[in-house]
Design a protein around this ligand. Structure first.
Ligand code: KG4
Ligand code: ZN
Length: 332
């Protein structure tokens, strides 16, 4: 089965083609960073307008790269939620119209599930595993026991880790989006130079909290002025506080769940310090860690096409009442 995937949940317009036997045939991502960087964050209305401009050319490019016209596509998958509602509606309405016009089945994919299963684009991972989904909008832990068995174990009570990186970068005057810049600047810094808080919450808790860390950075910066502190050391110390909690809770949760594998997904899982530490500490703890390549950590449509291929192959097409949703559907 060959599936066209479309993703527009935030600020990337993406289209991809995934084939059950040939694998990933095309993966196109059109970023809106230049539009939003002027404002230091994603402006929802501008994001919707950019998706409208980009969705047709991006889908055309993906189909051309895959050498697949309408006749070779067996189904269409589109992100239905969670995300920015205006952005989601652009991709969803386009995909619905295309599915109707082409007479193909449509699957409305959950963005979080798509991220979690993105690892299968590159490697097989035996079930069960614990998945850490860590991005600009989410920081959650799941137990994944099968393609249809995804259980929410805990998540952030306030800011997502990526949001914390982005806000920290803004406070440090490093621009937007902040995660990748902090990652780069931190490589020249000392992660133990400054002590920022780690919110571990209740013993054994799989929940997260990063808003205190951000406030602590703001307070630190207001008293650091004129003291000649190095921005590299601040970035490295801030990043270490985030990474400590992400690694500790992921491996701790896997141990408590009696699971020997952990999978990372989402934009923040591209962070080089996080990748190195979770692998090193995972191997000491006897937990096998699986990381998607960096390009598949951030938003893409390849993961949507793959999930669509699985669900459509299992006869799980969405009906004409498919609608977009803004909030996560996983019960707390
Ligand atoms: O998964 P994603 O592309 O979109 C969402 O669904 O949110 O994740 C974007 C987030 C942003 O907050 C960005 O700053 C962060 O991922 N990010 C990183 C890195 N690359 C992207 N954070 C830390 N280190 C990185 N290398
Ligand atoms: Zn995402």
């Amino acid at each position: 089965m060959r599936v066209l995937g479309i993703e527009s949940s935030c600020d990337d317009t993406a289209a991809a083609v995934y084939d059950s036997s040939a694998g990933l045939l095309a993966n196109i991502v059109s970023s809106q960073v230049p539009v939003h960087s002027l404002y230091g964050g994603v402006v929802p209305e501008l994001a919707s307008r950019e998706h409208i401009r980009s969705v047709v050319p991006v889908v055309e490019r993906a189909l051309a790269e895959a050498g697949s016209g309408r006749e070779k596509i067996d189904g269409i998958a589109v992100t239905a939620g969670p995300g920015l509602i205006g952005s989601l509606l652009v991709g969803l309405c386009f995909a619905k119209s295309l599915a109707y016009a082409w007479g193909k089945p449509l699957y409305g994919a959950d963005h979080l599930e798509a991220h979690i299963f993105s690892i299968f684009l590159e490697q097989e991972v035996p079930f069960p595993f614990v998945a850490l989904l860590v991005s600009g909008g989410h920081t959650s832990l799941f137990r994944v026991s099968g393609w249809e068995e995804v259980f929410f174990l805990g998540g952030t009570l306030d800011d997502a880790a990526g949001e914390a990186f982005d806000k920290a970068a803004k406070l440090l005057g490093l621009g937007y989006p902040g995660g990748a810049v902090i990652d780069r600047v931190a490589q020249e810094g000392d992660p133990g130079r400054f002590a920022f808080p780690r919110a571990w919450l209740a013993p054994g808790s799989a929940d997260f909290s990063f808003s205190g860390l951000k406030t602590s950075l703001r307070v630190f910066l207001s008293s650091a002025e004129g003291r000649g502190v190095r921005i590299e050391d601040i970035a490295a110390s801030f990043q270490e506080a985030v990474v400590d909690v992400l690694v500790g809770k992921t491996l701790g949760t896997a141990r408590r769940e009696g699971v020997l594998r952990a999978v990372l997904a989402g934009g923040v899982s591209a962070n080089s310090r996080l990748r190195r530490r979770v692998e090193e500490e995972g191997s000491i703890a006897g937990i096998e860690v699986h990381l998607p390549s960096k390009a598949l950590c951030t938003d893409n449509a390849a993961m949507v096409a793959l999930l669509g291929e699985r669900r459509l192959s299992a006869g799980r097409a969405s009906g004409p009442d498919l609608n977009a949703y803004a909030a996560s559907r996983f019960p707390r």
